[in-house]
Design a binder for this molecule. Sequence first.
Ligand SMILES: [Zn+2]
Ligand SMILES: [Zn+2]
Length: 127
Amino acid sequence: MMGAAAAVIIALVYWIWRNSAGSKATTKVGRMVQPVKCPICQSDIFVGENLISKVFRPMNVPDQLMIVMGCPHCYPTCEPGVKRTCPVCHKEIGPDQSLTARLFNKQLGKKHVHVVGCSNCHRPRAD
Ligand SMILES: [Zn+2]
Ligand SMILES: [Zn+2]
């Protein structure tokens, strides 16, 4: 049986980036700061909004498997004009499909999310 997989923890992963306060463009910031966008629908995500995602156990490893369902703009229902596409294969993905991502828990409480693909172009390992 998939005992370990049964212990799925549903978590709301806050898409927090170190944006400076205020909503001014951060294009001049020289570091890796990018505009905060939903990886599925490319909607802007503001601090306080979050992606709907599931993070799989264990929680204490630096590299976790994560499923991203979407952001409030595209999940559970798409807002008008919002399109859900995979950032890896650029195909449209349905409302019941998700992205597979890896969540790197760095020290200092900073999280980094790397999208691996959608359920069309990437299949999570079935242990
Ligand atoms: Zn979205
Ligand atoms: Zn894909």
